[in-house]
Design a binder for this molecule. Structure first.
Ligand code: KPL
Length: 303
């Protein structure tokens, strides 16, 4: 079993595909067809060309599932359920699935409803795509992979080893739930604000925006405490301000989606927080206002 199916040929999907293709057969599935020859530009500036099998839902019957090691669902969070529904009828029910979505919306739902082993992954790898032909690996990062309830540790370890061997350093963990909530905290503090005010991440350190970030961090930290999510070693505030400094030049994903007129992942990032706040009787004026604002500006194609 060595073949990997990547569903969702965005920047992260193609980054994974082009790394895995160094050692394994890889098929890329997207809504529209892509050129077979794809280029990966490494953080060191080297260009590597790989030929990948690229399928669309219309050509899915060509998918050979007999050697599938794993299916990686690397779509935007709002497209995850529909993408899985397209591919699931073709898969043996015990095929391992890895969910790479942001936020904490589709992961518990898909993990619960699916029969086969379903893992979640979260990563700090940086990537952006250019056109249909290439992806730029903007910065090296770390990936964590595991089951929400800590099940399937050998599968997680095997997939982490496979990713690591192809240049995506990955660790199998039994606390992926906590790591997903921490990433969600970072995304909630950065993405809606930079999308609203059209900022690079580092501009959040300016005097006008700093108090807004701090107010969001305060709401997020009390929700995490009420949900018994252990804080990161130096607290949420330190973690979030460190990410802002480390990604100061980035245009965050939600800003890129907003500028391109695409739907944003605001539901996957903000709704789990708003739901948890409601269940714990917490007020969230900042997060609620950000969610309302993003919700009213969604393009009509919102999934
Ligand atoms: O993950 C990110 C994103 O862009 O969605 C952050 C951490 C905010 C970096 O830009």
């Amino acid at each position: 079993m060595t073949q990997h199916l990547i569903v969702g040929p965005g920047a992260m999907g193609r980054l994974l595909a082009l790394h895995l293709a160094e050692r394994h057969p890889v098929t890329l599935l997207g809504r529209r067809s892509l050129p077979r020859c794809q280029t990966l530009t490494t953080p060191e500036g080297e260009c590597r060309h790989r030929s990948l099998e690229c399928l669309t839902p219309d050509s899915l019957e060509r998918l050979d599932t007999s050697r599938l090691a794993a299916v990686h669902l690397v779509t935007k969070a709002y497209a995850a359920d529909a993408a899985l529904a397209t591919v699931a009828p073709r898969l043996p029910s015990d095929t391992p699935l890895v969910l790479w979505q942001n936020g904490f919306d589709s992961q518990p739902r898909l993990t619960r409803h699916r029969q086969g082993p379903t893992l979640c992954a979260t990563t700090t790898e940086g990537a952006y795509s250019y056109g249909d032909e290439g992806v730029v690996h903007a910065g090296h990062g770390q990936t964590w992979i595991g089951h929400l309830d800590g099940r399937h540790p050998e599968l997680a370890a095997g997939l982490a080893a496979t990713l690591t061997a192809t240049g995506i350093p990955a660790l199998a963990v039994d606390d992926i739930r906590v790591r997903l909530w921490h990433k969600l905290a970072v995304n909630a503090a950065i993405n809606p604000l930079v999308a609203r005010f059209r900022l690079r991440n580092g501009q959040l350190r300016e005097p006008r925006f700093r108090p807004m970030v701090d107010a969001i961090i305060e709401e997020v930290a009390s929700i995490m405490a009420a949900e018994a999510i252990p804080p990161p070693p130096h607290g949420f505030s330190t973690m979030i301000w460190e990410v802002i400094a480390a990604t100061a030049e980035n245009r965050a994903s939600m800003l890129q989606d907003t500028l391109a007129g695409r739907p944003t992942e605001h539901d996957a990032i903000l709704l789990p927080l708003l739901r948890a706040a409601r269940e714990n009787g917490l007020e969230t004026p900042q997060l609620s206002a950000l969610h309302r604002r993003l919700d009213t500006r969604q393009p009509s194609g919102k999934a």
